[in-house]
Design a binder for this molecule. Structure first.
Ligand code: MG
Length: 378
């Protein structure tokens, strides 16, 4: 285990699994977690869930599966350089969007609105719910029985109210503490991945232009360098090179800044990392500003672009109709979901039914949700 820094997540200091299991023979515990995640139904369905562009818009765009793979690729690189647990980082990255609804953020907002009276819907918490409860794959326990550190990393954000119900896993949200470095890396790798691939997808879709993007310092700096070195290359190659350089630029900054912070605070164990008020995985102030500028640009010019809105507007209607139809008539749900509702009754029966319905809807792919919607409407 000497390849790890002392503050990396390691098996011998792990808080372990909820249900005791024998040790894997050929893999370490975090490789086992990663493999369990890859074999889930929820992971396979990411292929047909929207990142920004609705799944049927075209085959050239990122979906949640390819997004998760890019997050994992970026996360693993950072983890390896910082000598923390690469396998754990990979597991967290691959699982981070498992609970995402169909239709991207529009879908998440719509389902959250439907669930307002029943405890709300958070996709992060849902990812944890998928690995803790919803996947039925093992005879002896619900979910995947992942290591504590994998679950800690998957639960990126959480409301106070939900944190109070999560026991040890929720404590850090109540006490303002941090997760391990692997979780911090996965969190930023997610941001790096989507900022950059959304630039790429947005340009390819023709919804944003290079001229517009040149307003963003981080893009313009790399564009100027690429143009002066290769003045005659095609736009396609130019964009690919700029995106590649932007990723490299922010990852390099992240590694350097985080290394200084780690040296400054000198954590000796993962619990020292957890005790920090602020993350140790950070961009420098300048790159953080540039990263935010690009993020704001994408929100304004891509995520709120009329064409993206048209694609996702339907999401609200589809999810609302499905939710209300199931609430009114539970027999419309598949048998196994009905059975989960039947198993519980009493004063919270409505709330329980709503949660099971949210689980069902959140698990849908874009195309499945559309098909169910069509069925409802004859
Ligand atoms: Mg993501």
């Amino acid at each position: 285990m000497s390849e790890f820094s002392p503050y990396a997540a390691q098996e011998h200091t792990s808080k372990g699994r909820m249900f005791a299991e024998s040790n894997p023979v050929y893999r370490n515990q975090y490789q086992r977690d990663r493999d369990r995640i890859i074999h889930t139904a929820a992971f396979r369905r990411l292929e047909y869930k929207t990142q920004v562009f609705v799944n049927h818009e075209g085959d050239m765009f990122r979906n949640r599966l390819t997004h998760s793979l890019e997050v994992s690729q970026i996360g693993r690189t950072i983890a390896r350089v910082l000598k923390v647990n690469e396998d754990l980082t990979e597991a967290i990255c691959l699982a981070h969007d498992l609970g995402h609804t169909p239709f991207g953020h529009a879908g998440q907002d719509a389902l959250n609105a439907c669930m307002r009276e029943y405890g709300g819907f958070e996709h992060n918490l849902q990812s944890l719910r998928v690995v803790d409860k919803l996947e039925e794959r093992y005879p002896e326990f619900p979910g995947l029985n992942l290591m504590f550190e994998s679950r800690e990393g998957i639960l990126k954000h959480c409301s106070r109210k939900n944190a109070e119900e999560l026991g040890e896993l929720g404590e850090r949200f109540l006490q303002g503490r941090q997760p391990g470095l692997e979780a911090q890396i996965a969190n930023i790798a997610d941001e790096i991945a989507y900022n950059n691939h959304d630039v790429d997808d947005g340009l390819r879709a023709g919804l944003i232009t290079i001229t517009q993007l040149a307003e963003c310092k981080i893009f313009n700096e790399q564009l100027e360098q690429v143009k002066s070195r290769w003045p005659d290359i095609s736009e396609k190659r130019q964009v690919a090179e700029v995106v590649r350089r932007m990723i490299n630029h922010v990852v390099t900054d992240l590694v350097n800044t985080s290394t200084s912070l780690i040296n400054e605070f000198n954590p000796q164990t993962i619990d020292d990392v957890r005790a920090q008020k602020n993350p140790l995985i950070q961009f420098s102030r300048g790159v953080h500003e540039d990263h935010l500028q690009l993020k704001r640009f994408l929100r304004k010019n891509l995520y709120q672009h009329d064409r993206v809105r048209q694609m996702t507007q339907k999401a609200d209607e589809v999810i609302n109709q499905l939710f209300n139809a199931y609430m009114k008539d539970l027999s419309r749900l598949p048998e196994d979901f009905q059975q989960r509702i039947d198993a519980e009754s009493g004063p919270t029966a409505d709330q329980h039914a709503a949660r099971v319905i949210a689980d069902y809807i959140a698990g849908m792919t874009d195309r499945y949700a559309f098909a169910e919607f069509e069925k409802l409407n004859g």
